[in-house]
Design a protein around this ligand. Structure first.
Ligand code: SAH
Length: 329
């Protein structure tokens, strides 16, 4: 359904249509940098280690993370090699600028990352991957197709992955993101064999469900997903429960809400430090940005954090709560 997205990212400035967490507050990327440094310690300080980001956008998250890592974790800064997964040549140029003097290597897909222990960050990457939509009917399943710009539903097999096994009433719609399921499958094998962690932040439900979540944004406003292929940003909610269920051989942490995750990592302590460095009375916008990321009615609850990691990593910062799933047994 959402294949038009490759054309969209290759030709347009997505940040005219939406704002992501790293663009809202520099503290977001900074505390993810600190998170990566702590995780590197728990991994036994491998040298070299691959610090990778999937879909870095303008490179803001990684620039903020690297600046903090350079200051507070110089050993990690020396050990890391930077690998960025990005298929838009235009965005690669912006990421080059953001990486500064650090040498980065770009890849078209995650499977092309070099071998070795891995710390992968991905913010709002999974929601950009194409989904397939299905409808439950008395006779079985229909799949949503687009033919000459028009919607059509054709008889099909069940939705691929865990979504296809969910009980749901007749007439309802459910989505399957095959590239995300394949990514999880690849990462599980990779993390199990070579060590490391993958952290995903994105929006989507924490509990298994169903529904039509495909949305299109053009110039900041919602529009018909079929109206202007390649000109609007197409996204769908990330089915975290399906990805968790699809994982095997690794530890799955979360999903937890972004609000709780960021608060546990000390987002507001970091913002307080930034505010203190400003002239008196000028920190209001920084605090407001923190609330935008964490308040339940804004980005705090809809967005989730979920990590996959090697089974030897008992816990990771931000996920300190009962309820992790160990699929390594
Ligand atoms: N992480 C950034 C940008 C999110 S937008 C932020 O938080 O601001 C999605 C990003 O993923 C863009 O950089 C887009 O070009 C990239 N992307 C989307 N689909 C991709 C794919 N299939 N392979 C590689 N990169 C992809």
């Amino acid at each position: 359904m959402a294949r038009a997205n490759a054309a969209y990212y290759a030709t347009r400035d997505p940040f005219a249509d939406f704002t992501t967490a790293p663009e809202i507050s520099q503290a977001f990327g900074e505390i993810l940098g600190a998170w990566a440094a702590v995780v590197w310690q728990s991994m036994g300080r491998p040298d070299p280690v691959i610090l990778a980001e999937a879909g870095p956008g303008r490179g803001t998250l990684m620039a903020d993370a690297l600046r903090l890592i350079g200051r507070v974790a110089p050993d990690f800064a020396r050990a890391l090699r930077l690998d960025l997964v990005e298929n838009s040549p235009r965005l690669r140029q912006l990421q080059q600028v953001a990486a500064g003097p650090l040498e980065a290597t770009w890849h078209d897909c995650i499977e092309a990352l070099p071998d070795g222990p891995l710390i992968l960050l991905a913010n709002e990457f999974l929601d950009a991957l194409p989904i397939r939509q299905f409808r439950r009917v008395a006779e079985g399943w229909l799949e949503h197709h687009v033919e000459h710009g028009r919607s059509a539903w054709h008889a099909s097999g069940p939705p691929p992955g865990p979504a296809g096994r969910r009980p749901m009433p007749e007439g309802s719609c459910i989505e399957s993101c095959v590239p995300a399921l394949e990514l999880v499958d690849w990462l599980c094998k990779r993390l199990r064999a070579q060590g490391g962690v993958a952290l995903f932040l994105d929006y989507g439900p924490g509990e298994a469900g169903y529904g039509d979540t495909l949305q299109a944004l053009k110039e900041g406003a919602p529009c018909d997903p079929l109206a202007a292929p390649g000109e609007a940003d197409l996204t769908a909610h990330v089915d975290f429960p399906a990805l968790s269920e699809a994982a095997s051989g690794v530890r799955v942490l979360g999903p937890v809400t972004q609000g709780r995750f960021l608060e546990r990592l000390g987002l507001f302590a970091r913002i307080e430090r930034l505010v203190q460095a400003l002239p008196q009375g000028q920190g209001g916008a920084l605090v407001e940005a923190g609330h935008r990321l964490t308040d339940p009615v804004r980005m705090g609850t809809l967005f989730k954090a979920m990590a996959l990691c090697h089974p030897s990593l008992a816990s990771l910062p931000g996920f300190e709560e009962p309820g992790f799933r160990d699929t390594a047994a």
